[in-house]
Ligand binder design. Structure first.
Ligand SMILES: [Zn+2]
Length: 492
């Protein structure tokens, strides 16, 4: 491509008030605003997409054009036999990295046995060349400007996205009353929140159970948490298999419980499943709503007064310790590049197995944020002169720069090298602009093209310069050998 015909609006000065990676992408003419990716960026993004296509294709995956990720499970209902499994399907679309526009990859793996997708995601990231760290269920690039948080244990190396991290809860502020006590209703006038009940009873919030009514796949689920704990929506969505779950409406709550949201409790509930957070295990004689307005129960014990399935459902809080080793957890900012959801039985999807017995189908999921890979590459790949992107995702492989476009000999030699590069399968850019050499060299450095072939004064001796962007190493090469030399070095 000819630079004179392209729109690559490079800037000399750093845009103020932007994080360094965003300044660089703006200066290099890749980005305007938060999400207006210009032509050079789109070339990089396309390369990331192609790498993902190649790696998913190599894993036997099939690309589909689907409006949303819910369509995967709908279509999977047409899988008739275990002989059709495993299947890996993927699509490019906007979700689930909602703030990022453009292409994100989402995949589902269906199998008679759980099928992991982390290997193929890792191969995509490895080939793109941006550095990343692995957590329990994601791959992420550390970043002070990142929107994501990762909980880390320095002692044992545990790492997980904050909203999915496991931790040992701090002990309740006071111990539970001893003994096999019977639930006892008491009047709590005007007490609608955990804090109000704590103030009224003089007992800490951790002595209460919090009741949340959530609707997943159109069916209600009662979720019990310790009074001072918060729900992790991400954990619940994963458990319920419904990222679009919602809170129950007040009319629904009244219909199901006969009371308003401030007085709900688990005792006597039979019309919906009850999930209890693991921090309630072993607790006794707690306070919960009585399913009667302005009334609560004391002496409620899980396993005696109601039954529930234990799950990890809470968002970890400051000061909690590592679930594995008990050491302190820290939180670090990051950009999540890929999320892996462990396989679970797919909803409403059954097939007959080899023994003609109906069996569940396992579904694993993963997503890859295409733009964030470019951002991660930019924030770790730069020097004082501009971007130094990994060659696999740079917008061009090589830029051919005649120092003086008005010099006919330079122009024609540059043109010949440019065409030869194209013929060798290199993504080549010819800087045919009528600019001073210094401007062209600065721009070439700024946009992060891995190799520059400079056609200048040495042409009189039949030589050109090959400059490596990363190391700034300069090699003199015969004109006729230049394109091949770039090709060989690029594929080394
Ligand atoms: Zn640990």
């Amino acid at each position: 491509m000819l630079w004179s015909k392209l729109f690559i609006p490079t800037l000399r000065a750093n845009p103020a008030g932007e994080p360094p990676w965003r300044q660089l992408l703006q200066r290099a003419g890749y980005l305007r605003g938060a999400d207006r990716w210009l032509f050079p960026a789109q070339r990089s993004l396309r390369k990331i997409v192609e790498i993902a296509r190649e790696e998913f294709g190599a894993a036997g995956a099939q690309e589909m054009l689907l409006p949303d990720s819910g369509a995967f499970e709908d279509i999977a209902r047409e899988i008739r036999s275990y002989k059709q499994l495993p299947q890996i399907w993927y699509r490019f679309g906007a979700g689930p990295y909602a703030r990022a526009c453009g292409a994100n990859l989402e995949a589902r793996a269906f199998g008679v046995e759980p099928l992991a997708l982390d290997g193929v995601c890792r191969r995509v990231l490895d080939r793109c060349g941006a550095p990343y760290a692995a957590t329990e269920s994601s791959f992420a690039a550390w970043s002070e400007d990142g929107e994501d948080s990762i909980a880390l244990c320095a002692a044992c190396g545990y790492a997980a996205p904050l909203e999915l991290a496991l931790a040992q809860a701090s002990p309740p502020a006071v111990g539970d009353p001893e003994g096999d006590l019977t639930p006892e209703q008491f009047h709590t006038p005007g007490c609608k929140t955990i804090a109000q009940v704590a103030e009224f009873t003089g007992l800490p919030e951790s002595a209460q159970m919090k009741s949340l009514v959530l609707v997943a796949h159109d069916a209600p689920i009662l979720v019990m948490l310790r009074g001072d704990h918060q729900l992790s929506e991400a954990k619940f969505a994963a458990l319920a298999g419904d990222p679009r779950f919602r809170q129950a409406r007040s009319s629904e709550i009244f219909e199901w419980f006969g009371a308003a949201a401030g007085s709900l409790g688990p005792v006597g509930v039979r019309n919906m499943p009850i999930y209890a957070d693991r921090a309630l295990a072993g607790r006794r004689n707690m306070i919960a709503g009585a399913n009667r307005d302005d009334h609560h129960l004391r002496n409620v014990t899980l396993g005696e007064d109601f039954d529930a399935a234990f799950h990890d459902l809470r968002q970890i809080a400051a000061g909690e310790t590592c679930a594995r080793c008990g050491a302190a957890l820290t939180v670090r900012k990051a950009i999540e590049l890929s999320r892996i959801s462990p396989p679970r039985p797919a909803r409403d999807l059954h097939i007959t197995n080899a023994g003609a017995v109906e069996a569940p189908v396992w579904m694993g999921a993963c997503s890859i944020a295409i733009e964030r890979i470019l951002i991660a590459a930019a924030q770790s790949g730069f020097d004082k002169d501009g971007l130094v992107l990994p060659p696999a995702i740079a917008p061009f492989d090589v830029i051919v720069t005649p120092a003086n476009i008005g010099d006919a000999a330079q122009r024609s030699a540059a043109d010949a090298i440019y065409r030869e590069c194209l013929a060798l399968g290199l993504d080549a850019l010819l800087d045919d602009r009528d600019e001073r050499p210094g401007v062209k060299f600065k721009d070439a450095d700024l946009i992060g093209v891995p190799f520059r072939v400079t056609v200048g004064r040495k042409l009189a001796e039949g030589m050109v310069e090959i400059v490596e962007r990363n190391t700034k190493r300069v090699t003199d090469t015969a004109v006729a050998a230049a394109a091949t030399a770039v090709k060989l070095t690029a594929s080394a």
